[in-house]
Design a protein around this ligand. Structure first.
Ligand code: PMP
Ligand code: GLU
Length: 401
């Protein structure tokens, strides 16, 4: 008897976390797996942040924090938004959550009614489509592939809008493609959003600081739509703080209050020690923190290396991503080929499973990001491992006929 709710039965397991779990299991059984499936910096949190956490413990910040986050942290987030994004928010408009993931979930649940449409440029981050399912919304995919460097145009957005459209889930720099929208591209999208006053936007800016070419631009900078934009950001990527679990939203006051109500019934305020430590992070942009400058330089070197090595593999089409720490090659020329045992590589999932077995490299199939012609490589692991993984993948792909 299946007694679980339809809600959970319809939900997919997070593909990024599933692949990471599988590769951890194989590693613990003694297999020599290179894990390029998880997207998290392999660097440690800077010392000045850890010092604040120790201090917070000594000062007994061990009680329930306010549901929306400590006032000092929300003020620090407002200073950050002013300093880095030239945006003015008041602390009441900020809700601190347990990771950007919870911030996204809160925003989707606060806005989407059953049957309402949520526009999602593909490739999108794995959890977007599942959060929309939880809210009983309908995902409307707008496809961008390697030919447009994984970015949608304003005309595509316009075409996707219907009277049922409620929300656009937008992510730049993008996971999994690394695409970064420039100011002109955003202006064109903002003009379409402006003409459709029923449409709200989640602007997921979690990779804001991990940019190699160009500059991060926020959709919230356009006055005419600002009130309908919910910025989602956090400390996980830019400050190498994935395990601390802290993200936030910046939105209009009404949405902030709605998110606060949801969070107050589900998790309450996020971890008190993490919040105190995050105040110090917010007040120092990664560009002023030597460890973070070094991290981004190393990511750039790895990106260049991985793209160079993948471009040497016959049949792969590889874009040079401007940001985040992923490469998302088009592997479609390998689909339909066979292994030496006669097994068919029917789709991107089969290819990832084959590469896990044959190359001992864990990757994530593109279909979980809404693009089944690509697979995702995360290069947030040591440069040696990235190079070795590319070599192993090249050898394994060469064996397919
Ligand atoms: N958005 C995107 C695009 C991400 O890649 C991630 C990281 N998995 C998140 C949100 C969630 O970040 P956090 O770890 O802060 O929950
Ligand atoms: N951002 C990471 C990824 O996409 C984290 C994993 C997750 O939370 O799903 O791999």
């Amino acid at each position: 008897m299946n007694y679980l709710s339809d809600r959970v039965n319809n939900l997919s397991e997070s593909a990024t976390l599933a692949m990471t779990r599988l590769s951890r299991e194989l590693i613990s059984q003694g297999h020599d797996i290179i894990n390029l499936s998880i997207g998290e910096p392999d660097f440690n949190t800077p010392e000045f942040v850890k010092d604040e956490a120790r201090l917070a413990l000594d000062q007994n910040f061990t009680h329930y924090p306010p549901v929306n986050g400590y006032q000092e942290l929300r003020e620090a987030i407002c200073r950050k938004l002013h300093r880095d994004n030239n945006l003015e928010y008041k602390p009441g408009q900020i809700i601190v959550s347990t990771g950007a993931k919870q911030a996204l979930a809160n925003a989707v649940l606060a806005l989407v009614n059953p049957g309402e449409e949520v526009i999602m440029p593909t490739p999108y981050w794995v959890s977007y489509s599942e959060l929309v399912k939880l809210a009983e919304g309908v995902s409307v995919l707008v496809n961008a592939d390697i030919s447009t460097r994984f970015k949608i145009t304003a005309a595509q957005l316009e075409q996707a809008i219907t009277p049922k459209s409620k929300l656009l889930m937008f992510n730049s720099p993008n996971n999994p493609s690394g695409a970064v929208y420039d100011l002109e591209e955003l202006k064109a999208l903002a003009a379409v959003i402006e003409k459709n006053p029923q449409l709200f936007v989640i602007a997921d800016e979690i990779y804001e600081y991990i940019i190699f070419d160009g500059k991060h631009e926020s959709l919230a900078q356009f006055e005419s739509i600002r009130d309908r934009v919910i910025i989602v950001n956090g400390v996980s990527k830019g400050y190498a703080m994935t395990g601390w679990r802290l993200g936030y939203t910046a939105s209009n006051l009404e949405i902030a209050q709605a998110i606060n109500k949801i969070q107050g019934q589900i998790t309450s305020g996020s971890n008190s020690i993490t919040q105190r430590a995050a105040i110090s992070a917010m007040d120092r942009a990664p560009k002023d923190v030597p460890e973070m400058i070094q991290m981004i330089e190393i990511f750039r070197e790895r990106r260049d290396l991985l793209v160079k090595l993948l471009r040497q593999i016959p049949g792969l089409k590889v874009d040079l991503p401007d940001g985040a720490f992923y490469v998302f090659p088009d592997i479609s020329s390998y689909l339909g080929k066979k292994t030496s045992d006669g097994e068919s590589i029917a789709d991107d999932n089969a290819l990832c499973m084959y590469l896990l077995k044959e190359a001992r490299v864990a990757l994530v199939p593109g279909s979980s990001f809404g693009n089944d012609k690509c697979i995702r490589f995360s290069y947030a692991t040591s440069t040696e491992k990235v190079a070795e993984a590319a070599e192993r993948v090249a050898k394994a792909l060469a064996k397919l006929v």
